[in-house]
Ligand binder design. Structure first.
Ligand code: 5GP
Length: 119
């Protein structure tokens, strides 16, 4: 993407602890917290600490250890939140057509009920 990272977006503020969140997991590279408007009984957001807008930014610029940390955090939290047996969904909205609201790359982890095809 050619747009520039907006350091005032809400997830940047959460990372700077200017805005509170209900944290679930944190390490050097990743923060996971509960979505403020859950669309399922379990709805968590996984964000890298570094500033990426889109999946393409993350894929192109993140260090391998950062990608490993991100991927492992998703699986770890899904298990920790009890989704391992019944399953869950991972979603990432990327750009305008997806309806991405927060311009800081993230995965949604959703579960705790049958989700149907899209939601
Ligand atoms: P997007 O549409 O960008 O993929 O999803 C952004 C998500 O962030 C939405 O599910 C929304 O509910 C969540 N969200 C927006 N603002 C906040 C906030 O201040 N705190 C938390 N925990 N989640 C937020």
């Amino acid at each position: 993407t050619c747009s520039k990272y907006d350091p005032t977006n809400i997830f940047a503020k959460i990372l700077k602890k200017e805005v509170p969140c209900k944290a679930i997991y944190e390490d050097e590279f990743v923060l996971v917290f509960h979505d403020i408007a859950p669309q399922a009984p379990v709805h968590a957001l996984v964000i890298p600490k570094n500033p990426y807008i889109s999946f393409a930014d993350f894929a192109e610029r993140a260090a391998p250890e950062e990608m490993v940390a991100f991927t492992r955090a998703v699986a770890k939290v899904a298990k920790q939140l009890g989704l391992g047996d019944n399953g869950y969904r991972i979603i990432s909205n990327i750009g305008r057509d997806s309806g991405q609201e927060v311009p800081h790359f993230h995965f949604h982890i959703m579960g705790g009920r049958p989700l149907g095809f899209m939601g």
